[in-house]
Design a protein around this ligand. Structure first.
Ligand code: ADP
Ligand code: MG
Length: 468
């Protein structure tokens, strides 16, 4: 059987599954170009075409291919070379006429500087060996390991690791990269944060080299993208990333990403969000006391510091939700014991360090930060929170703000009442209670609060509002 016969057979199936108009628009223009054992290559007129097929007709295509070639049948797309729109995505690296593809310039090298080409952006520090496994992270860790052990053929593509700050997302992502670099030296692995990618894109637009940038990224075998929540509000980055994602996945390149929230809660274009869910998403949650102890013990021993078990327990008991803070305490302890001429690390020293540290953490969250975050979330002027307005959604925002100020700061009820337009402390109590009740009965409010807490913890709360 040759490719035309196979495609004709596919068309028979497709014709019965889609309406005539769609058939005419989306399938008649396709040309079969090659059949390589069980892989059929078809040519489509331009990239939007391919995206549309993937988005709307992937099931029909699969079904038709199964019937024509059996379940092992696979499909490759090729974009018709002559019809590239300006700024469009030059498709897969395969050069059709056997011409060598031009080497795209490396966006990680600043022009004019003779730095060697940066291979992966990995520093070898974060590995699977120094990642402590616990119930809180075992799915994510094992999935990451599975990708690292078999990047060319992973069932989890993409793998998305999500969870709050300081729980090891970046660590795992880099561990994947480091392991692949070690096991498969011929594979090109690239670690990049979403912010870096955005900046590269912005400057490539500035000097008309977006195609180069995109070509460069298409050359990687494994793409590790950190903090994809930074895609929020960046329309152009989402567009370009969408295309890159499709090309990489289409070419069986592994993609691993991290995010500070579940993908369903990620406010990005639907087509991108749905693709991010094609593989596996695994979450990291706060580690149990034993796991925190094991992590702290490992870090202490890596730093050749001796910490008595009861001190360790004391620290881990107090720092529950963030491993980075646990490390912060450890570093402070080492520092203090060093300053005090090698003073032994005892409970007293730990207490002192922890006290400073916790104050430091809490100081970052002020009532103003909370008010600003809530106002922004509900699209209100911040002054409205202190006004006498009794409009429903203002009242709700005000009550939520009070609740969060109580939760995050050590302001008294009286002081809280004062900062919300001189309300008395009974009103504050009532507000806090109302929010607490709502959280239990109303899923939307519960979600809103989770989102707000995340934003507040992240510092000043907001993602950059650039529209890239
Ligand atoms: P995130 O990217 O989720 O904010 P990171 O990956 O930067 O968090 O982790 C913060 C710190 O905590 C890092 O230094 C990392 O090594 C450490 N860490 C987190 N989880 C673990 C773990 N399970 N075992 C060892 N270290 C961990
Ligand atoms: Mg991180």
């Amino acid at each position: 059987m040759d490719h035309t016969v196979v495609w004709d057979n596919c068309l028979q199936t497709i014709r019965h599954s889609v309406d005539p108009q769609s058939y005419q628009t989306w399938f008649v223009p396709i040309r079969p170009v090659a059949l390589n054992s069980n892989e059929l290559t078809i040519q489509v007129p331009h990239r939007l075409f391919y995206e549309f097929l993937e988005e709307h007709y992937i099931d029909v295509l699969k079904l038709s291919l199964n019937q024509a070639l059996g379940t092992a049948g696979r499909l490759q797309y090729r974009i018709k070379p002559s019809r590239q729109e300006p700024g469009a995505f030059p498709h897969a690296p395969k050069s059709p006429a056997g011409k060598p593809a031009p080497t795209p310039s490396n966006p990680f090298v600043i022009p004019g500087m003779t730095r060697p080409r940066i291979e992966s952006n990995l520093d070898g520090k974060y590995t699977f060996d120094n990642f402590i496994e616990g119930d809180c992270n075992s799915l994510a860790r094992n999935a990451a390991k599975a990708v690292a052990d078999n990047p060319a053929n992973t069932a989890f593509n993409p793998l998305v690791i999500h969870g709050p700050v300081g729980l090891g997302k970046t660590h795992l992502l880099k561990a994947v990269g480091n392991r692949i670099a070690e096991k498969f030296p011929n594979k090109s692995v690239l670690y990049v944060t979403t912010d870096t990618f955005t900046n590269q894109l912005v400057s490539s637009i500035g000097n008309n080299s977006t195609n180069d940038l995109v070509n460069w990224y298409q050359n990687v075998d494994v793409l590790l993208v950190d903090d994809i929540q930074q895609l929020i509000n960046r329309k152009k980055t989402q567009d370009v990333f969408f295309n890159l994602f499709n090309v990489l996945r289409q070419n069986n390149k592994a993609i691993v990403m991290t995010c500070d929230r579940p993908i369903i809660e990620l406010d990005i274009e639907e087509r991108l969000r749905s693709r991010f869910q094609w593989g596996l998403t695994a979450d990291l949650s706060a580690p149990a006391l034993e796991t925190r102890m094991a992590i702290l013990a490992a870090k202490a021993s890596a730093n050749e510091v001796n910490i008595p078990p009861q001190v360790m327990e004391f620290i881990c008991y107090h720092i529950q939700n963030n491993i980075r803070q646990l490390e912060g305490v450890l570093n402070n302890l080492v520092l203090h014991s060093g300053v005090n001429q090698g003073k032994e690390i005892d409970l007293e020293l730990a207490r002192q360090v922890l006290k400073n540290f916790v104050t430091e953490i809490n100081r970052e969250v002020t009532p103003e930060v909370i008010q600003r975050t809530v106002a922004e979330y509900y699209n209100l002027d911040v002054e409205k929170l202190a006004s006498s307005t009794r409009r429903r959604h203002v009242v709700l925002a005000r009550q939520i703000s009070m609740f969060l100020v109580k939760q995050f700061t050590d302001q008294s009820l009286k002081a809280i009442g004062r900062m919300f337009g001189g309300r008395d402390h009974a009103t504050v109590i009532y507000s806090i209670r109302t929010v607490r009740d709502l959280m239990e009965t109303n899923d939307d409010i519960k979600k809103a609060l989770e989102e707000l807490e995340r934003k507040i913890r992240a510092g000043h709360g907001e993602h950059p509002s650039t529209k890239w």
